[in-house]
Design a binder for this molecule. Structure first.
Ligand code: NAD
Length: 482
């Protein structure tokens, strides 16, 4: 039977009866069917979320009780961690080591982090100059929020939106990507099992139409979206009609600056992982490698040689480092970018083709690809590829590399490889990006803000930043004069 929608605490088919399919990217075979929601289901889910928002069972729940519910969800995620990791790997393709150690682990960690915050959402006493007056602020939930997620880290991203939305007292309609709906449905089930009241968390599966209907819906107070820049721009346009609150975590094209004094072996190892985790399908993936001219050849040779040793295979094999791309469409897209790079004159150092061999022929596998001699104006240097494709550039001085690294519409993440403290901090200040890593893999932690400059989006997730994103400030004036 097809997986169903979660509306008002019940599992139901789509009103239209429509279903869609999700595929195992390692084999190209059908994995499951799921309900394809339509506008009637969006209406029902938003109505359920509104009813739940106004119900004292949720509205008047103490912060302590809300925090306990979130903590319970974290416990349940850990109880089911192995099954969740396997489901995520089957649906998304990413190596089981990654779903186990990062995706599912981070989801539990995020729920615990925001469980703690539920009791610490405070207003302020305001210093107004009006005599005999008390003024204070309250942080209040927004109401019904729509959470729309992409296919690259489905479970973790759903969790890192859902936990702060609930900690601040909102109710939610959550829509996972059509390529990877399964783990998010399980997250909905765990919320119910934890005792979160019916209607507080609703899950709608389906394609872009479901997202569009949610964004346009007048009963939704905020959209928190992670996905492509193009769709983010559309959402901002539609949300303007009712000035719905919007936060957007969009694409990236992270530069990696490898300075003359960098530890090249550490830079090779770190950049390889930073570029290729989840087969490069990561918004923070390192993609543009600016190497000091004196170290360029050494770096290029070493990273290309290391890339060739990585084990490509199905995500369920524990020794797999590079799993398949998520879909045939993504495979075609990546192959198209690589062909474009060759056509525009970049030098293909390694990779550049679909991976083949035992167990690989039916899945969406692609070889890790390194280009050198890339010009800043080439398409592979400018657009987000979202695949295992690295471009190496050479630079001569710091001002030049800062200008070139910043010559992008994106600004999500960047990384610096240097052993010189002063250059590390100088460069960190000069790079336009929401996050700068120094001698570091691209990490995500509930305590650290995540989000981007420019076309990489609006707002920040994680930390106290997410609490601000999911609340409004209300000022209260009280006349104390007798
Ligand atoms: P996408 O934008 O195509 O889809 C994302 C989600 O939006 C899906 O659930 C989809 O069904 C829905 N959607 C599509 N069109 C819509 C519309 N018009 N209105 C409302 N919803 C709509 O993105 P994707 O291909 O699933 O994911 C890859 C993208 O996500 C990459 O660009 C990547 O950089 C970005 N991403 C960003 C971050 C971040 O934190 N900045 C994290 C992960 C992924």
């Amino acid at each position: 039977m097809a997986e169903q929608l979660l509306i008002a605490g019940e599992w139901v088919p789509a009103a239209s009866g429509q279903v869609s399919e999700t595929f195992d990217p390692a084999s190209g075979t059908r994995l499951a069917e799921f309900a394809e929601a339509g506008s009637a289901d969006v209406d029902a889910a938003v109505a359920a979320a509104r009813t739940a928002y106004e119900d004292p069972a949720w509205r008047d729940l103490s912060p302590d009780a809300r925090g306990r519910l979130l903590w319970k969800v974290a416990d349940l995620i850990e109880r089911d961690a192995a099954a969740l990791a396997e489901l995520e790997t089957r649906d998304q393709g990413m190596p089981i080591a990654l779903t186990t150690n990062v995706n599912v682990t981070l989801a539990a960690q995020v729920f615990r982090y925001y469980a703690g915050w539920a009791t610490k959402i405070e207003g302020k006493l305001s210093q107004v100059s009006v005599p005999d007056t008390l003024h204070y602020t309250r942080r209040e939930p927004l109401g019904v929020v729509g959470l729309i997620t992409p296919w690259n880290f489905p479970f973790a991203i759903a969790a890192w939106k859902l936990a702060p939305a609930l900690a601040t007292g909102n109710t939610v309609v959550l829509k996972p990507a059509e390529q990877t709906p399964l783990s998010t449905l399980k997250l909905g089930a765990l919320c119910l099992e934890a005792g979160i009241p019916a209607g507080v968390v609703n899950v709608l599966t389906g394609g872009p139409e479901v997202g569009r209907a949610l964004v346009a819906h007048r009963g939704v107070n905020k959209i928190s979206f992670t996905g492509s820049t193009e769709v983010g721009q559309q959402i901002a346009g539609v949300a303007a009609a009712d000035l719905k609150r919007v936060s957007l975590e969009l694409g990236g094209k992270a530069p990696s600056i490898i300075t003359r004094g960098a530890d090249i072996d550490a830079a090779v190892a770190g950049n390889l992982q930073g570029a290729l985790f989840n087969t490069g399908q990561a918004c923070g993936a390192y993609t543009r490698f600016y190497v000091d001219a004196k170290r360029h050849d050494e770096f290029t040779e070493k990273i290309a040689a290391a890339a060739q040793t990585l084990k490509i295979g199905p995500g369920l094999d524990f020794d797999t480092v590079l799993g398949p791309l998520v879909s045939q469409e993504q495979l075609d897209r990546v192959a198209g970018y690589v062909a474009g790079g060759v056509e525009q004159g970049a030098q293909l150092v390694t990779g550049g083709r679909r991976a083949s061999g035992a167990g690989l022929d039916d899945g969406y596998f692609f070889t890790p690809t390194v280009f050198s001699g890339v010009r800043d104006d080439m398409t592979i240097a400018r657009e987000e590829i979202f695949g295992p494709v690295l471009s190496v550039f050479s630079y001569d001085d710091e001002d030049e590399v800062v200008a070139r690294a910043n010559d992008t519409d994106f600004g999500l993440a960047a990384v610096l490889w240097t052993q010189d403290l002063t250059s590390a901090h100088r460069l960190a200040a000069r790079i336009h990006a929401g996050t700068v890593f120094v001698n570091q893999l691209p990490l995500i932690d509930p305590g650290a803000p995540w989000g981007g400059f420019g076309l990489s989006g609006w707002g920040r997730e994680m930390g106290t930043y997410a609490l601000d994103e999911f609340t409004e400030t209300k000022g209260v004036w009280v006349n104390l004069a007798r």
